[in-house]
Design a protein around this ligand. Structure first.
Ligand code: ZN
Length: 148
């Protein structure tokens, strides 16, 4: 964690310690389970949609600080967004953490704190687990998502 830079590290540690939207969601109409065997991160993402718009999103699970902070910040970032906006944001976030040139179109906002992850390939799976699981939930895939 010391590798991520002080300010960014602080934000990530705060979300790890006090994850936002960290609970089950009764009446969720979408749900998926994700697992990162490399690190041991596990999580369930719950969603409520109104038409095409994410109106509620929560998560539960256990894992390292990066996976938990990423899930916490993801829930804050996608609420109120359409499926297309979520997909655009995922692509941009994926580019950020894998060190690809930034795609245009979506504003990452606070998610830039994960930029340091690109220097640590093993952490990319931690940072993207919530997003892959979210995608599975949106697509109503029932098998558990694995990053391996
Ligand atoms: Zn992890």
């Amino acid at each position: 964690m010391s590798e991520l830079g002080d300010l960014y590290q602080e934000v990530i540690l705060d979300h790890n310690k006090r994850p936002r939207n960290f609970r089950a969601l009764p009446g969720a109409d979408h749900r998926a389970v994700g697992h990162n065997p490399l690190c041991g991160d596990r999580m369930t993402i719950y969603l409520k949609l109104d038409g095409d718009v994410v109106t509620e999103v929560t998560f539960e699970g256990s894992g390292c600080a990066i996976s938990k902070a990423s899930a916490s910040m993801m829930t804050e970032s996608i609420k109120g967004k359409t499926r297309a906006q979520v997909e655009a944001l995922f692509k941009k976030f994926h580019g950020l953490v894998t060190g690809e040139p930034p795609a245009s179109g979506a504003d990452l906002g606070k998610l830039v704190v994960f930029s340091g992850v690109s220097e640590f390939p093993v952490r990319v799976k931690c940072a993207t687990l919530a997003w892959h699981t979210l995608r599975a939930a949106l697509e109503e895939r029932t098998e558990a998502v694995s990053t391996e």
